[in-house]
Design a protein around this ligand. Structure first.
Ligand SMILES: [Zn+2]
Length: 359
């Protein structure tokens, strides 16, 4: 009987307080869902790192440099990325050259009194430049391509698709940072700020914390000439010589070796001067990114491209083994690596022929 009265009492309580009970149940459910969500989000990258990831993925599609794009936007929007779409920046940095061909009859013959074409060929007509988003949009819609104009990646895919047809030969070009800064009315101060963000490696340090690892080490590999291997890693990712062209319009001869980072795709490995000499070039360029060129004795020159940061100025003397910068992925580069080359009287030679210890 006691059980029955208890059940009745509980029933009465529930009927009197069912609203409160509902609140308690909803509250408990909320906690059960939110605790794991909070725990997971603590391990997700910060918004700055995910912003860098967005830039990287868009830039990679168009063979653009994410570091340059982010430096440009950092200055253009004065550090406020809240309403910035990397797709738009990619369209600013990108343009395309289109060689147009026409199917022409090159030989005709008379068959039963009627002229007929017996041989057709493709004839070059003209080169068009797709200068901006509007030009690209118009070109794609002329060719009935389906695409979403704000999405840089799908635009590139559509262009790639058209490039594979014989009527077009499309070359993807990257706009120079200096001309972009000029066309956006950057003052000298802003230009300097942008270049400083790139050459100092600050972009990596601000936005790419996951993929940066500052390695401090001394050179350890010397060859028989006493030259220093220019970094700590010996992982060759691309050899000297002819290779499959990485993009249409790119040279297929690679007069350098590419050396991957000690931790794949993580920037920050030290870059050493191969030998004593004088800094000929230390600058940021569209294709080579942060680059350093050193003039040594006897007509020998060494070049170091795509650096994350540069520590030397043109004209400076350098000693063998001095750290001149850090490995990165600036310029035409789709991952962290050093493009290293040695030149004898202006001609590139295979660096691995001089560093048997490495190859
Ligand atoms: Zn290379």
């Amino acid at each position: 009987m006691a059980a029955v009265t208890t059940a009745i009492k509980v029933g009465v309580l529930v009927s009197q307080h069912w609203k409160k009970l509902l609140y308690v149940i909803v509250g408990l459910l909320f906690l059960i869902i939110m605790i794991p969500v909070a725990a997971i989000s603590a391990f997700l990258p910060s918004s700055e790192e995910s912003k860098a990831a967005e830039y990287k993925s868009v830039a990679e599609k168009g063979k653009l440099g994410w570091v340059e794009m982010m430096a440009f936007d950092t200055v253009r929007y004065e550090n406020d990325f809240s309403s910035v779409d990397p797709n738009n920046t990619a369209f600013d940095f990108f343009y395309a050259k289109v060689d147009k061909y026409r199917n022409e009859c090159v030989e005709t013959t008379k068959v039963k009194g009627v002229w007929r074409c017996v041989e057709r060929d493709w004839e070059f007509v003209e080169t068009d430049v797709l200068n901006n988003k509007n030009d690209i949009t118009a070109f794609l819609s002329d060719n009935n391509e389906r695409y979403s104009p704000s999405d840089f990646k799908s635009v590139i895919e559509s262009l790639d698709d058209l490039d594979s047809k014989r009527r077009y030969d499309i070359r993807f070009e990257k706009r120079h940072l200096s001309s972009l800064m000029a066309s956006h009315g950057f003052s000298d101060d802003k230009k300097e700020w942008t270049l400083e963000l790139i050459s100092s490696g600050a972009i990596y340090e601000m936005y790419d914390l996951e993929n940066i690892n500052i390695v401090d080490a001394d050179p350890t590999i010397y060859n028989s000439k006493g030259w220093v291997w220019p970094t700590v890693s010996t992982r060759i990712t691309s050899d000297f010589g002819y290779r499959v062209s990485p993009c249409s319009g790119c040279s297929s001869f690679h007069g350098a070796v590419d050396v991957g980072a000690t931790k794949a795709n993580v920037a920050g490995d030290p870059i050493f001067a191969m030998d004593d000499g004088r800094i000929l070039v230390s600058k940021h360029s569209t294709s080579g990114g942060n680059m350093v060129i050193i003039k040594h004795e006897n007509g020998v020159i060494s070049k170091y491209l795509h650096l994350m940061s540069r520590y030397v100025q043109p004209g400076m003397p350098v000693e063998k083994g001095k750290m001149i910068g850090r490995m990165g992925t600036t310029g035409y580069s789709t991952g962290v690596h050093l493009d290293f080359s040695i030149h004898f009287n202006g001609k590139p030679v295979n660096p691995l022929a001089y560093f048997e210890e490495v190859g």
